[in-house]
Design a protein around this ligand. Structure first.
Ligand code: FE2
Length: 240
């Protein structure tokens, strides 16, 4: 499996804080059947994208060395989770934030209240710059529940939706669980990812937990959302 959304890289955000925590998360991911993890630290208000990218790439190199030394057969790729706001577009060139250097840009909206009418405008700005927005965890946004048509509206702009694996297991509440299932079963969400922050409460994707998913989340859906579609993202091919 390929996990395209993780906070596994130490000291970058609210995910892993130390190299040891990163290593532990990587071991968990590998043990759970993941072969490639994309490191996607939150990008919010760094003054410079180049500083963020340099720090991320240095730590990614350190963590890769640790994986080699410890015999953990897991590959890492670089990315970011872009926090969308009116300010983000004055940061300049966003290319260093894409998933594995592809056209796909993982992005997130505020989890709490915000002006929902800004959402299509931010997405449009990204697409006009040539990116394919991958909207993280649509099942978790407070604003989306009051505006159910926003999902189709954003799909019309060409976004790809990514649901969190733990939402499908109910970790983010019943409403999020039902919304996440609806999104993947309908095909409106084409990616599932771990969004892992720590090994206890927000761990990586784990195939041992597939048996706990609702029956409507079929093997076919899991293969598409966790293997073939993420592979297309990393090789900058179109998702069908
Ligand atoms: Fe995240």
């Amino acid at each position: 499996m390929i996990d395209i959304h993780s906070h596994i890289l130490f000291g970058m955000d609210d995910g892993a804080q130390t190299p040891e925590e990163s290593l532990e998360l990587c071991r968990k991911a590998r043990g759970g059947g993941v072969r490639i993890v994309v490191c996607t630290p939150h990008f919010t208000d760094y003054p410079l994208i180049s500083d963020f990218a340099r720090e991320r790439d240095e730590r990614l190199g350190e963590l890769s060395d640790m994986l080699d030394k410890n015999g953990v057969e897991l590959s890492l790729a670089a990315g970011a989770e872009l926090f969308l706001s009116d300010d983000i577009f004055s940061c300049g060139d966003l290319d260093a934030l894409t998933l594995n250097g592809s056209s796909y840009m993982l992005c997130e909206f505020p989890l709490g209240p915000f002006n929902i009418r800004r959402a299509p405008l931010w997405i449009e700005e990204l697409t006009e710059r040539g990116y394919i927005p991958v909207v993280a965890h649509p099942e978790r946004y407070y604003e989306f529940y009051g505006h159910p048509t926003i999902i189709d509206e954003l799909l019309d702009f060409g976004v790809i939706f990514q649901v969190n694996f733990d939402s499908l297991l109910g970790a983010n509440g019943e409403a999020a669980k039902a919304a996440a299932a609806r999104l993947v079963v309908s095909g409106k969400a084409q990616l599932i990812a771990g969004d892992s922050h720590d090994s206890l409460y927000r761990p990586p994707v784990n195939k041992a937990l597939f048996a706990e998913l609702d029956a409507e989340i079929t093997d076919r859906i899991l293969k598409r959302c966790l293997i073939s579609n993420p592979k297309a993202v990393l090789s900058d091919k179109k998702i069908f």
